[in-house]
Design a protein around this ligand. Structure first.
Ligand SMILES: [Zn+2]
Ligand SMILES: [Zn+2]
Length: 336
């Protein structure tokens, strides 16, 4: 089968490989769409820690069920969403249902080979039938679930005043699900085109261009009270440090970004707010279900999000171009 492989940082090559063998608890899937995200650009760029090459990327998958274990309700030919976080089922986090932060989590397309290939075999518990979604939509559930999980972690409620910092795909996802809960959402970014998108397509209540007077702007907008929940989706350590100062007293600060750096706050600032500081990692099956319900209900502008596409056979040329911010990509999809 055709497979797009990253043999070493900076390279992508289309190769032929044997089709995967389905293990007894696995579902064999025919991959039809692969969403490309920041993680993939980092893998290609060689800046993703804990990774060995060669690696087949691809963790945002829209697929068709080919063969499922006997007795499974997963029917051949059905569109499926893949939960790409393979958890051990044994550790304390798994046993408490927190499979998203399993101690031994292995993510398809990151820690082990993923879905930039014609077929993939995946444990049945990681496959969700999605007959109500298109293949494009199925491939977009995962990155949206990351945002939905962050909003769940932040316990966002109707009337909460939420600030989303960073309007990349994850910030966009957080905005969608905060709005869906009835929160008032301010989106902040450096890029005017992303802010316009947030206002036009996502129903952001306010948009703010980040700059030297950011804090004063936010202070003026909120009568000096700042925000009940701040969601960081910047991937930028100085912004993550600064986000605490945008938080109101009694607020919750959710870090969706993960960076290879220390994040630090002055304790008097952290303490006087009685800050709740929350990390958000991956997503749970419930988050995937929430995204799928929202998509089926027409609450997610999936057509506007899918800005770029190419056949997988042209992925080696297309993906490095999509990595450049000036391309204006929000979500690019490979068609397999
Ligand atoms: Zn992703
Ligand atoms: Zn585990």
């Amino acid at each position: 089968m055709k497979t797009l492989i990253c043999p070493e940082p900076g390279a992508l090559r289309l190769i032929d490989r044997d089709e995967p063998k389905r293990g007894p608890g696995d579902v064999l899937l025919r991959v039809r769409r692969v969403g490309i995200c920041g993680t993939d650009y980092h893998i290609l760029g060689g800046t993703q820690p804990y990774l060995s090459y060669p690696r087949v990327m691809g963790h945002e998958l829209g697929a068709e069920i080919v063969e499922a274990p006997a007795g499974s309700s997963l029917a051949t030919g059905t569109t499926a969403v893949v939960v790409p976080y393979l958890s051990c089922g044994q550790c304390r986090a798994c046993q408490r249902g927190l499979t998203n932060c399993c101690r031994r989590v292995s993510v398809l397309g990151v820690h082990q080979d993923g879905g930039m290939a014609e077929y993939i075999a995946v444990p049945a518990q990681n496959v969700i039938a999605a007959p109500e979604l298109t293949l494009d939509q199925a491939a977009m559930v995962e990155f949206l679930a990351i945002g939905a999980h962050g909003i769940r972690r932040g316990a966002v409620q109707a009337e909460d005043r939420v600030l989303v910092v960073g309007a990349g795909p994850i910030g966009i996802a957080a905005t969608i699900f905060a709005r869906a809960r009835g929160a008032e959402v301010t989106v902040m970014d450096l890029r005017q085109n992303r802010l316009d998108f947030a206002k036009r397509e996502l129903g952001a209540t306010h948009i703010v261009t980040a700059g030297p007077d950011t804090k004063a702007q936010l202070e003026a907008m909120t009568e000096g009270e700042f925000f009940d929940v701040v969601i960081d989706a910047t991937g930028h350590p100085p912004s993550m440090n600064a986000g605490l100062f945008y938080l109101g007293h009694g607020g919750r600060y959710v870090l969706l970004s993960i960076v290879p750096a220390d994040i630090s706050f002055p304790d008097p600032e952290f303490h006087k707010r009685e800050t709740t500081l929350i990390a958000s990692r991956n997503a749970l099956t419930d988050d995937f279900a929430e995204v799928m319900r929202a998509m089926a209900a027409g609450q997610v502008p999936t057509a506007a999000l899918a800005t770029h596409r190419a056949p997988m056979t042209e992925g080696a040329a297309a993906i490095p171009v999509w990595a450049k911010p000036e391309t204006g990509v929000i979500k690019a999809l490979l068609e397999v």
